[in-house]
Design a binder for this molecule. Structure first.
Ligand code: DX5
Ligand code: ZN
Length: 218
């Protein structure tokens, strides 16, 4: 398997200068850029949509890892693809026709991701494995950066790693990931790591060092 993938979440970046922030983490060693889209309905917070992602696209050549915390998602998938998303993850809890959403993402030529909340069992995504390139395991309840890693999600990661054996599927963890938690997530089977606070807190001078520390722990 290839090395760990580090995907800094710009939710913890300085929103007054997002272009510069995306450029800075890209140069500091990020593998992907994680973009958290929230609708104030599926999750209790609001962030940004396709227009902001489109504006950020010229600032980085790294894959854009778009995490949709919106319901419904289907009416917006094409807009996120056109804005420059490389991978689009939708939540299994976000609607009754998630199978269709994943097919739609692939039909748009993008990598399809399925995300699941800490309270959702691994078995909920088992019927979808043929349709996904990425499983995004939430290791906090989605909505905010800076929360503590929930240890019960380690068992979910282990189950998904076992059920996806032999398939080319990335297992990405999101929430409370930093140098202290990355090792146990990696041991459980994750190979991609979202980090918001652990990268951005403290400012741009430390981005390279903090990304390297997360990578070293994985
Ligand atoms: C939470 C988001 C995460 C968040 C992670 O809803 O999906 O991507 O930015 O932030 P940290 O790494 O600070 O927990
Ligand atoms: Zn996220």
């Amino acid at each position: 398997m290839n090395g760990p993938i580090i995907s800094p979440s710009i939710l913890s970046a300085d929103f007054a200068k997002l272009g510069e922030e995306v450029r800075a983490v890209s140069e500091a060693g990020a593998d992907w850029i994680h973009l958290d889209v929230m609708d104030g309905h599926f999750v209790p917070n609001l962030t940004f949509g396709p227009a902001v992602i489109k504006a950020l696209r010229p600032h980085s050549a790294k894959p854009f890892d778009v995490h949709l915390m919106i319901a419904p998602a289907d009416p917006y998938l094409a807009a996120f693809a056109e804005a420059g998303a490389d991978a689009i993850s939708v939540h299994v809890e976000a609607g009754p026709h998630i199978h269709r959403s994943l097919q739609a993402i692939r039909d748009l030529g993008k990598r399809a991701g399925i995300a699941l909340n800490p309270g959702t069992p691994a078995s909920a995504i088992e019927p979808l494995l043929d349709l996904v390139d990425l499983v995004l395991v939430m290791t906090v309840n989605p909505g905010f950066g800076g929360q503590s890693f929930i240890p019960s999600t380690l068992e979910t990661i282990r189950r998904i790693r076992a059920m996806s054996a032999g398939r080319d599927i990335d297992i990405e963890v999101d929430g409370g990931i930093g140098p202290e938690t990355v090792a146990e997530a990696a041991r459980a089977g994750a190979n991609a790591f979202v980090a918001g606070n652990a990268v951005f807190k403290g400012g741009p001078a430390g981005y390279a060092e903090r990304i390297a520390a997360i990578r070293a722990g994985a």
